[in-house]
Design a protein around this ligand. Structure first.
Ligand SMILES: NC(=O)c1ccc[n+]([C@@H]2O[C@H](COP(=O)([O-])OP(=O)(O)OC[C@H]3O[C@@H](n4cnc5c(N)ncnc54)[C@H](OP(=O)(O)O)[C@@H]3O)[C@@H](O)[C@H]2O)c1
Length: 226
């Protein structure tokens, strides 16, 4: 039986792109939204792109709590503003929760990391504190939504942080649907404090070079990352 993944905030570009990649990789995906009416057409759009793709999973839409109820793994892909209120209301007990949420702020000098919990926290750690019955892993913070919606394997690495080894392994495997390679074990969950604001650097690079940059780690043998 294939694994079902709920994408909370799946109507936005990041959730939609990751949902598309996960379903293309064979996972069943439930696109979540604060309104089921917004989720269903996005699910249909993803499913239409997957028509004729051998081995693709199903894609359906539902309100966020119902989507979580149907899933083994929940991806949280919502903006930092409103994140805590939303996560606190979701049925996440016993679920593997993946956070790709980047708390960022923008001013006239560009993007920068927002201060979370006085500098002693991250979105992923907030999710873990709000959902103690779940296991939270941080991943997919640094992959561009624009590239996710395209078909090519991405020439970049997915850095995965978490405190539970088995959950982290599952998410490292899930990363194959995005890059064609296993994700990289980047350490404990608290290192989300470094991964999340790193996206501000990529946004700055994107603006300068008019590209969609990502992270590639050197110094690992192919077999370590594959
Ligand atoms: N865009 C990227 O390239 C990218 C790359 C890496 C990581 N990320 C991270 O991924 C997350 C999602 O990014 P995105 O660009 O897809 O964001 P987005 O379009 O701004 O939001 C995604 C979805 O979240 C829901 N949402 C919006 N405001 C909310 C609130 N206050 N409370 C609850 N739900 C709300 C909306 O869905 P409904 O209205 O349907 O509920 C929306 O479609 C962010 O944390 C971002 O930092 C994004």
């Amino acid at each position: 039986m294939s694994q079902t993944i709920a994408v909370v905030g799946g109507t936005g570009p990041q959730g939609k792109g990751l949902g598309y990649r996960f379903a293309r990789g064979g996972y069943d995906v439930v696109v979540g939204s604060r309104s089921a009416e917004r989720a269903v057409p996005v699910a249909e759009e993803i499913a239409a792109r997957l028509e004729g793709v051998e081995g693709a999973g199903s894609v359906t839409g539902a309100a966020n709590p119902e989507a979580c109820g149907q899933a083994d793994l929940v991806l949280v892909a919502v903006p930092w503003d409103g994140h805590d209120d939303l996560v606190a209301g979701l049925p996440l007990d016993g679920k593997l929760v993946v956070s790709c949420v980047n708390p960022l702020a923008f001013d006239k000098r560009g993007a920068h990391g927002a201060i979370v919990n006085g500098g002693e926290g991250s979105a992923a750690e907030s999710a873990q504190a709000l959902a103690p019955g779940a296991t939270v892993v941080g991943a997919f913070h640094n992959v561009s939504a624009v590239l996710l919606w395209e078909d090519e394997a991405l020439d970049e690495d997915v850095l995965v942080v978490g405190d539970e080894a088995e959950a982290k392994q599952q998410v490292m495997e899930l990363a194959r649907t995005v890059t064609g390679r296993r994700g990289i074990d980047a350490g404990k969950l608290r290192l989300a404090r470094q991964l999340e604001p790193l996206t501000a650097v990529l946004i700055s690079i994107n603006r300068k070079y008019k590209t969609h940059s990502g992270i590639r780690i050197s110094g690992l043998d192919t077999h370590q990352a594959d």
